[in-house]
Design a protein around this ligand. Structure first.
Ligand code: ADP
Ligand code: MG
Length: 319
């Protein structure tokens, strides 16, 4: 199977929203009038972002999911994407699984593959995704205001819990491990919630490297600080409902664990009912975990409201 047969067999499908899709030198596609494009790229590298043993279907899902999560964080609607693949060899079984996982998620979000590049080399998956939002309505990191409420979507920390189990640092009951592993390998990008929060959230980011780090980006861009109430984050791991996690480990997983692809966002306290309505409309739970402060920096507070000393850090590729 040559390069072009490979593209033809596993990636080419009839163009839908694109005027010209896969097969020419460029894809041709017209964005919707009155909208701005939201564009993001994410790369997955074997050994760094995924284990070599991962199921190709799940990898196809995850490669697109992490990109859709960036669109969700801006409140954008997914539209089209490009896939650049380096493959060690043209393994048909692998390609079939990978493309099925990829297209299943793409179809669920109406996001169309319009082009890419294919080359031989160490396994590396790079996707560029494009979405749109009505002009000036994309949600940025820079809009948080002192006094705003601070929220996270869904559950946090389960992906890190799975990683700890993979590394042999902890041992989990099988059903807990399976559920955590699923969260790590097939995250659900919160696209519907992100869009529902347009005009409500004052700032938003997705949690790819860990809550503290990704919230840190909002605080820096918005020139504000925040306090997090540890009583509200203690039970954010889905696993905590089925497994008695040591408190230290739970804190580390929830606050610093990466790979959850949930949203962290802020909204005026007057908008609480709107946040709950957006949560209900999108079928995604949200938890209020603290508030934005005028004083810069991030303070963790215990059940008595006292500041807790901590040295927790989120993931950084070059730290
Ligand atoms: P060029 O040589 O002009 O860079 P290619 O020969 O690499 O183009 O690709 C041929 C067509 O196949 C192009 O339309 C390109 O966008 C598309 N394509 C290549 N690889 C992929 C891929 N992995 N997924 C989707 N489309 C792809
Ligand atoms: Mg090329």
């Amino acid at each position: 199977m040559g390069e072009f047969d490979l593209i033809e067999r596993f990636f080419k499908r009839p163009a839908r929203q694109a005027d010209v899709g896969i097969g020419d030198d460029c894809a041709i596609w017209a964005p919707r009038p009155g909208h701005q494009l939201a564009i993001s790229a994410d790369m997955l590298v074997e050994g760094r972002h995924f284990l070599s043993t991962v199921d190709p279907f799940r990898l196809g899902h995850k490669a697109l999911a992490v990109n859709l999560s960036d669109l969700a964080a801006c409140g954008a609607t997914p539209r089209v994407f490009l896939l650049s693949l380096a493959l060690p060899r043209a393994d048909e079984t692998w390609l079939a699984g990978f493309s099925q996982g990829l297209f299943q998620l793409a179809d669920a979000h109406g996001c169309e593959l319009i082009g890419g590049d294919t080359t031989q080399g160490p396994l590396n998956i790079a996707i560029t995704v494009m979405g749109d939002a009505p002009s000036s309505q994309a949600v940025l990191r820079s809009g948080a205001q002192s006094g705003d409420d601070l929220y996270v979507s869904g559950h946090l920390g389960d992906a890190r819990l799975a990683l700890e189990a993979f590394r042999g640092h902890i041992s989990l009951p099988q059903p807990v491990f399976d559920a955590a592993r699923q969260r790590m390998e097939t995250p659900s990008p919160r696209v519907a919630l992100g869009q529902s929060l347009r005009g409500i959230a004052t700032a938003m980011a997705d949690i790819s490297d860990g809550l503290l780090g990704d919230l840190g980006h909002i605080l820096k861009a918005s020139h504000v600080g925040a306090e997090i109430h540890l009583t509200s984050t203690a039970t954010l791991m889905a696993a905590s409902a089925h497994w008695n996690c040591p408190a230290d480990l739970a804190t580390t997983c929830v606050l610093t664990g990466g790979d959850d692809y949930e949203l962290v966002f802020t909204a005026a306290s007057a908008a609480r009912a709107s946040v709950l309505a957006a949560s209900a409309a999108s079928g995604t739970r949200v938890t209020r975990i603290g508030r934005i402060t005028h004083t810069p920096g991030l303070v963790l507070r215990d059940e008595h409201g006292l500041a807790v000393e901590h040295h927790l850090r989120s993931f950084d590729h070059f730290a």
